[in-house]
Design a protein around this ligand. Sequence first.
Ligand code: SF4
Length: 214
Amino acid sequence: MRGCRLCLDAGYDIVPGAVFAGDTTARVMLIGQAPGITEQQVKRPFNGTSGTRLFQWLAEAGWEEDDFRERHYMTAVTKCYPGRHKSGKGDRVPTKAEQKLCRPYLTQELNLVNPRVLLLVGGLSIKQFYPAKTKLRDVIGSAQFFSAEHAENRLNFSLEGSEKVWAVQDEVGCYIVPLPHPSGASLWTNSAENKTLIRHALALLSDLRTTYSL
Ligand code: SF4
């Protein structure tokens, strides 16, 4: 992945140098949208201001940042810095074509790590698994639960056979948990109602962390 130039070769003005961290023993895999410039410079996922907020959230779920980084896997839908948005506000959202070019890497990562909990951070990441019309408000605070019988489906970006849940299940299984993007550019996280949904998501993550010793 670090040597990949597929998007550059296809004419996209990205900064090559895939950003990801962790190893295949991780039991939590976090998928963000794409790295920002500070992440690209130091080759560390969620290193900038988005990371500060993300790790404040994860601290509420009981994960200390260094411990989370050491034990879990962090990657993104596209792994190279996509550059600034033309408007000058924030970074460019990777196109569908770039997402498609990077998808085989994400597939391999999922299959290698095979996580117990898949944490989707931001709309772009969520929509790799959930239907395209999914609204954050419909999913934040819940999880998709996969029993052992259907666990493989999440490795193929499919929710088939999974069940929408709001708490850890009695049966052992795997979970997809969505979170909004922690970027300050996202206004979604500002409303009181949405903050409540985020708190539900973090409480669910906290229960998953303790139940499975994550
Ligand atoms: S974003 Fe993915 S597919 Fe595109 S150049 Fe980087 S690693 Fe390759």
